[in-house]
Design a protein around this ligand. Structure first.
Ligand SMILES: *Cc1c(COP(=O)(O)O)cnc(C)c1O
Length: 349
């Protein structure tokens, strides 16, 4: 990458090792369950997350939709954060495709939903009400800045779910970033969950794919739902080969991305006209705002970074003055330095 692309970790390219593994992957027809590379990826992922079975899905969005449609029927309700990907960024698929009504709660600054609010939101058995079936958590909580939520909190939500005969789904698109930041085994973070989805394609660098894990019975049903959504794939072991490297190798190096995010945020905090809260940098992403007295607009800053320095930075929906920065495999400490130099050149002179 000769550009410095900080818009998201989704822009990360597959590593050279992944490309080689993809070229050499043993494959078969996965709709017949005959792709050995996919079967291995699914089992390894399930083992790592402490669940019985796994399912390779095309995207994190598909993983979440399959989970919601498998746990809930039409007219059922799921409790989900207002700032959650499942509520905000999936085109309302759980209701559009599954007839599931979301009941939304505010996400707290620490990424959690208030426990008493969850309890209050669960419907009593009454013919007027939909049936609550599912609680969804997101870890890390992306839209508020990649904030990890703890095993203790997740266990408390799990207890509420069990006491009320509900299922718990974790949208763990970046669950390995959470495990790294909290220094907690990923198994422990997701132990209370009935299902977990995570992305192989973000900080883990695979070109395509996510995994959904859960019990054997859940994955059996989820497999049917994936097929209904057109997600049955054939020789996709080509993709799973990269996924195996993502799972076994790339999950071990995420601290580097977190360290680089800290380095970048601490450097940015010293540059005039920028407001950044370094204390909220917990994983591989953070936001900064341009101060009101800044000599240019965000649009101008973004354009100069791109045109003069080949540096790309993301925006934040609904907050035109805000920039989002995400570190990943291809953002080395040298690229962090180059980014800081560029920002200083533009803003401090
Ligand atoms: C990226 C993301 C998804 C969706 O993943 P895609 O592969 O882009 O469909 C779901 N949830 C969260 C929290 C995400 O960050």
């Amino acid at each position: 990458m000769d550009i410095i692309d900080l818009r998201s970790d989704t822009v990360s390219w597959p590593t050279p090792e992944m490309r080689e593994a993809m070229a050499n992957a043993p494959v078969g027809d996965d709709v017949y369950d005959e792709d050995p590379t996919i079967n291995q990826l699914q089992q390894d992922a399930a083992d790592m997350l402490g669940k019985e079975a796994g399912l390779f899905v095309t995207s994190g969005t598909q993983g979440n939709i399959v989970a919601a449609l498998t746990h809930c029927g039409r007219g059922d309700e799921m409790i989900v954060g207002r700032e959650a990907h499942m509520f905000r960024y999936e085109q309302g698929a759980s209701s559009g495709l599954g007839g599931i009504q979301p009941n939304i709660l505010d996400v707290q600054p620490d990424g959690t939903l208030k426990l008493d609010a969850i309890k209050r939101t669960i419907r009593p058995d009454d013919q007027h009400f939909p049936r609550t079936k599912l609680i969804c958590l997101e870890n890390t909580q992306g839209t508020i800045g990649g904030i990890p939520i703890t095993a203790e909190y997740t266990a408390q939500v799990g207890e509420i779910a069990r006491a009320n005969n509900l299922k718990l789904h974790i949208d763990g698109a970046r669950i390995f970033n959470a495990a790294t930041a909290l220094n907690t085994p990923v198994k422990d973070l997701v132990a209370p969950a009935d299902s977990v989805s995570f992305c192989l394609s973000k900080g883990l660098c695979a070109p395509v794919g996510s995994i959904l894990v859960g019990s054997k019975a859940f994955i059996h049903e989820a497999h049917r739902t994936r097929k209904m959504l057109g997600g049955g794939m054939r020789q996709a072991g080509i993709l799973a080969a990269a996924g195996l490297i993502a799972l076994h190798k790339m999950t071990k190096r995420l601290q580097e991305d977190h360290d680089n995010a800290c380095l970048l945020a601490e450097g940015i905090a010293k540059i005039p006209h920028i407001n950044v809260d370094v204390s909220r940098v917990r994983t591989n992403m953070f936001f900064f705002d341009l101060a009101e007295n800044a000599p240019m607009t965000i649009a101008e800053l973004r354009a100069r970074l791109k045109d003069e320095y080949k540096i790309l930075m993301g925006g934040y929906a609904g907050m035109p003055n805000r920039v989002r920065l995400v570190t990943h495999y291809w953002i080395t400490p040298e690229k962090v330095d180059q980014t800081l130099t560029a920002l200083r050149n533009i803003l401090a002179t």
